[in-house]
Design a protein around this ligand. Structure first.
Ligand SMILES: [Zn+2]
Length: 394
């Protein structure tokens, strides 16, 4: 009797987390006028802590026109395609230099119709830009469709872009497009928006369907952008009861935020039973943001992220706002370590990296809370929660 010796080769273990990234994606993300170099700072800090080695790094594909049309109107796509190419852009530096490569010199009526002016000035070769940015989130969605469990794309999360126009520094609704891709396999997708601003573009895209449940926690006060997202807005038509807005006032503290995040999401998870989850982690909800106004730390939001991870669903984590670039890099680096479940906590002394000098004078990972009085009371938050609960379906 022959005995065949078999060489059992231990299959190479696939990392639990996929990370969508490429030089091109970072270069394009760096072009957003108010966010110059932020994408580089985030990626370099993640690399400085060697976190990229714990993940499967995936180069994104360019989004197709068909991908864009999952959310955007043909009018908007045609405008971008015909009027915003390299040939039609005014020649400016197309690099990640700090020198201006946005083109605000010639704002015509068409541009204003499509939201391309003011806070969304035309970027050099905008047509390429939107396909790169949307392509990264489409790639993230495709990874979840091919059985990856967790995907990170910190260059995504542009939640204000509307069907027909750019809005609030967002030129393309990569989130909506990615969710549409996920819907080809997952029957119920839960979208959670943690940015300090209301996720209006994503909510509008899915307000009429029960196939996507949108939840947005955001500051909501007179004059605070974008002005929508009241607690009473809970979807329309068939989508009524499948949209939650949890507005809060300035200087919210971690304890209250975590408590009501947990209560609200526990309720939704039990009733809705989502099959996949997309989380927008805008870093402007961290204390110290020039456009924000919370008293939240990365550690507070990380507790919310851990709750989400505990559901064990296929999940996509995206970036978003965040105008204190150092804090955005600190926050997303910290979240990356939480998502990767690193054995040891990250060293609070920042590692050497290309942008190290920008983190002075402390050069630390941690961010300090401020001495703010929280304008939110437990009573207000409980009232908001009860209204939300009453509006939920089933
Ligand atoms: Zn924001």
């Amino acid at each position: 009797m022959f005995v065949f010796k078999q060489n059992f080769v231990e299959p190479k273990k696939m990392p639990r987390v996929s990370y969508v990234c490429s030089d091109e994606l970072i270069a394009q993300c760096n072009k957003i006028p108010v966010l110059k170099k932020r994408a580089s700072m985030v990626h370099e800090l993640i690399r400085g802590y060697n976190l990229h080695k714990l993940m499967e790094c995936v180069k994104p594909n360019l989004a197709s026109e068909e991908n864009l049309s999952l959310i955007h109107s043909q009018y908007y796509i045609d405008y971008l395609k015909n009027e915003c190419t390299a040939e039609t852009s005014i020649e400016t530096l197309d690099s990640d230099d700090d020198n201006g490569d946005s083109d605000t010199s010639d704002v015509d009526d068409d541009q204003l119709n499509y939201g391309l002016g003011y806070d969304c000035p035309k970027i050099y070769n905008l047509w390429k830009f939107v396909r790169v940015i949307a392509g990264a989130s489409v790639t993230a969605a495709n990874l979840l469709l091919s059985n990856r469990k967790i995907v990170i794309n910190w260059c995504g999360g542009w939640h204000h872009a509307q069907r027909d126009e750019a809005e609030g520094f967002c030129y393309v609704n990569d989130i909506g497009i990615a969710i549409q891709r996920l819907r080809t396999r997952f029957q119920r997708v839960l979208y959670i928006d943690l940015d300090i601003h209301h996720g209006n573009g994503v909510e509008n895209a899915f307000a009429y369907t029960r196939r996507v449940f949108t939840v947005s926690f955001h500051q909501f006060q007179p004059g605070f952008f974008p002005g929508s997202g009241s607690v009473n807005d809970c979807g329309n038509g068939n989508g009524k009861g499948y949209c939650v807005n949890f507005p809060y006032k300035a200087h919210i503290r971690g304890e209250l935020f975590i408590k009501y995040f947990s209560k609200t999401l526990s309720e939704i998870i039990v009733r809705y039973q989502p099959e996949a989850c997309v989380v927008q982690c805008g870093a402007d909800s961290i204390v110290g943001d020039p456009l924000g106004g919370t008293n939240l730390l990365p550690e507070d939001l990380a507790i919310c992220i851990e709750r989400i991870l505990a559901w064990g669903l296929p999940t996509m984590f995206l970036g978003g706002g965040g105008y204190n670039f150092q804090n955005a890099a600190r926050y997303w680096t910290y979240l990356t370590s939480v998502i990767c479940k690193t054995k040891e906590p990250l060293d609070n002394d920042l590692p050497d990296n290309k942008y190290f000098l920008r983190y002075g004078p402390g050069y630390e990972l941690s961010i300090s809370r401020k001495q703010f009085d929280d304008s939110n009371t437990e009573n207000d938050m409980e009232t908001t929660y009860q209204i939300i609960r009453g509006n939920l379906k089933n």
